[in-house]
Design a protein around this ligand. Structure first.
Ligand SMILES: NC(=O)c1ccc[n+]([C@@H]2O[C@H](COP(=O)([O-])OP(=O)(O)OC[C@H]3O[C@@H](n4cnc5c(N)ncnc54)[C@H](O)[C@@H]3O)[C@@H](O)[C@H]2O)c1
Length: 346
């Protein structure tokens, strides 16, 4: 494990899972706010490409490490953000036992690090805690409706156990642990093929492939743009006092999957159309956060409307897909010009 020493009085943030979709945006915001940032990531689903220019910043370090293995740092850490865990169903189901252990052993290892330094600990939990909910919208007091033996359990139950670890450690007085229950979040740096609904639809539309809707498409989701989510995570970690309970972070505007597909089709120049496939096991029918706690305790409210966030995400995926096509054509003399030309193809 790398040992990093700098004589500096800045706040030091450790972001586990910092090379992932949300983690990379969080690292960037923390650096902008003047913190020194240590990203710890195994690159299971994240990438150095997500870190981009951050890798050039002297206040940033990236350490390749699996959080299931113990961590040791000489540097004193002020805040630990635990985002390490694959988040899309195909990636967390690829090695379900490792997913479960990432949430359990990984969270325990990171809590120990926070305890050593008296650091604030922020756990990225999830709306999957609520399973296929029987209460709508979902407030933090709802205990959830989760199948503990199904194919999603490695993620859902792992995250539930991680919350238990956080609250037991908090009650024992050992760590100032805080828990954000994140609802569907989207934006640049999502992986094109990781199986999440927004990235699926956008990539399918950009490739002129059919948009796959699982089931009738009348199931609902609420989509939060990544900048709003990161703002909520920062407010929760920086709040003076511990809220003593989980806090939902998500956008309460609810859309059917059919409506989302229509929006994507109307925003991308494409020949795509919708096809329906069977609903996967344990797929939740309704998802919508009750964010009254976040409003009251953090003064937080999502600001980015779905149309605006989709437009930024589509633009980002256009660039990604164009440069991937370019990479398949070595010897290109004018890559930038080709990127622009490919964008016009879509
Ligand atoms: N994106 C969402 O809609 C959403 C919703 C609810 C909760 N969350 C939670 O937020 C966090 C970040 O999600 P994301 O969407 O950015 O996912 P992501 O898959 O893009 O990021 C997860 C990061 O964790 C890293 N990682 C995974 N296992 C690891 C391990 N054992 N050791 C070290 N690093 C490991 C991955 O390489 C990746 O960089 C996750 O904990 C996820 O459960 C996300």
């Amino acid at each position: 494990m790398a040992r990093i020493n700098i004589a500096d009085k800045r706040k030091v943030a450790l972001v586990a899972g910092g090379a992932g979709f949300i983690g990379s945006h969080l690292c960037s915001e923390l650096l902008t706010a003047g913190s020194r940032v240590i990203c710890v990531d195994s690159y299971l689903t994240g990438s150095r490409a997500n870190l981009g220019d951050l890798l050039e910043d002297p206040l940033f370090s990236a350490v390749e490490h699996d959080v299931c293995d113990e961590l040791s740092f000489e540097e004193r850490i002020d805040c630990v953000y635990n985002l390490a865990c694959p988040a899309s169903p195909p990636s967390y189901q690829a090695d379900p036992i490792h997913t479960l252990m990432t949430s359990v052993t990984g969270t325990a290892n990171l809590l120990r690090l926070a305890e050593r330094d008296g650091a604030v600990f922020l756990q990225a939990s999830t709306s999957e805690i609520y399973g296929d909910p029987e209460e709508h919208p979902q407030g933090e007091d709802y205990w959830g409706h989760v199948n503990c033996t199904g194919p999603r359990a490695c993620y859902d139950e792992g995250k539930r156990a991680a919350e238990t670890l956080c609250f037991d450690t908090l009650r024992a007085g050992n760590v100032d642990a805080r828990v954000a229950r994140i609802f569907n979040t989207y934006g640049p740096h999502m992986q094109p093929s990781d199986g999440r609904i927004i990235s699926n639809f956008i990539v399918q539309a950009l490739r002129n492939e059919p948009l796959t809707i699982y089931g009738s498409g009348l199931q609902t989701r609420s989509f939060c743009y990544v900048s709003d989510l990161v703002d909520g995570l920062l407010r929760l970690s920086q709040r003076q006092t511990n809220p003593l309970g989980p806090v939902n972070l998500g956008n309460p505007q609810e859309f059917t999957v059919v409506k989302l597909a229509e929006m994507v089709l109307s925003m991308v120049r494409t020949k795509s159309y919708v096809v329906h496939e069977a609903l996967p096991e344990d797929d939740p029918q309704r998802r919508r956060p009750n964010i009254a706690r976040a409003r009251e305790l953090l003064g937080w409210e999502p600001k980015v409307a779905l149309e605006e966030g989709l437009s930024q995400t589509i633009e980002w995926f256009q660039g990604e897909l164009a440069s991937a096509r370019l990479r398949r054509r070595p010897g290109s003399a004018r890559p930038q010009a080709q990127v622009a030309a490919l964008r016009q193809d879509y």
